[in-house]
Design a protein around this ligand. Structure first.
Ligand SMILES: Cc1cc2nc3c(=O)[nH]c(=O)nc-3n(C[C@H](O)[C@H](O)[C@H](O)COP(=O)(O)O)c2cc1C
Length: 199
């Protein structure tokens, strides 16, 4: 079976690509608007793309052709965001924060989540997340209705007990959730194994 992307609607293209290019990590991103309202939303078009400098990128699609999602709008305003990784106990609450709220309302209100101040940026981080990456915007590419936000990572906060001082994971401690087929499938990452490289 072969799909010609040009002949498909954006919705069909999304379903096919998002269901096949899996598993994907999930960036749970906090940002702040100019009034200080904290915004949180998940993005699975996301990855780390280098370490020198340390960069991550994620892709908030526009709400319509020209209107950015709140996350992209806030980053355009103040160039700051925190990317959190999500593990299984946080799965439901992460999905809840994907609800579309009017600009100026926080997805974190009425949740049991707490926040901690960040080290370098004004946007706080979610205390319950196993990993939080404090980022500033490097640049944002606009490609049609897609935005690709590229960020520089300044601080990495890791839950106690996950990693040693040298940055090696403690065995059997970190099981981030993975995004699978569109719209609502996820995978656990408990079944891990090792394939040593040839040299
Ligand atoms: C697991 C998960 C992953 C998602 N990934 C993306 C994504 O990569 N890009 C995107 O535009 N929306 C994605 N969404 C939808 C956004 O989270 C949703 O549109 C959210 O309301 C955006 O919030 P904001 O307007 O506060 O930025 C995802 C939703 C879920 C539940």
């Amino acid at each position: 079976m072969t799909f010609c992307m040009e002949n498909l609607s954006p919705g069909d293209r999304y379903r096919i690509l998002a269901s096949l290019v899996t598993p994907r990590p999930i960036a749970w991103v906090t940002t702040q608007d100019s009034d200080g309202t904290l915004n949180a939303a998940p993005f699975s078009f996301f990855n780390v793309f280098g370490s020198n400098p340390p960069i991550v990128a994620f892709a908030p699609g526009n709400k319509d052709r020209h209107t950015p999602k709140d996350t992209a709008r806030n980053i355009r305003e103040n160039q700051e965001f925190v990317v959190h990784m999500v593990d299984e106990p946080l799965g439901q609450i992460m999905v809840d924060t994907s609800a579309t709220l009017p600009h100026g309302q926080s997805e974190l209100q009425n949740t049991e989540l707490t926040t901690l101040p960040s080290q370098k940026i004004k946007v706080p981080r979610i205390a319950e997340a196993p990993v939080a990456l404090e980022c500033t915007e490097h640049s944002t590419l606009e490609i049609g209705a897609n935005r690709l936000v590229i960020g520089i990572v300044h601080y990495v906060h890791v839950r106690d007990g996950l990693m040693d001082e040298k940055g090696y994971l403690q065995e059997s401690s970190y099981f981030p959730l993975a995004r699978m087929a569109s719209p609502d499938w996820y995978a656990r990452t408990r079944d891990q194994f090792e394939i040593p490289r040839p040299d």
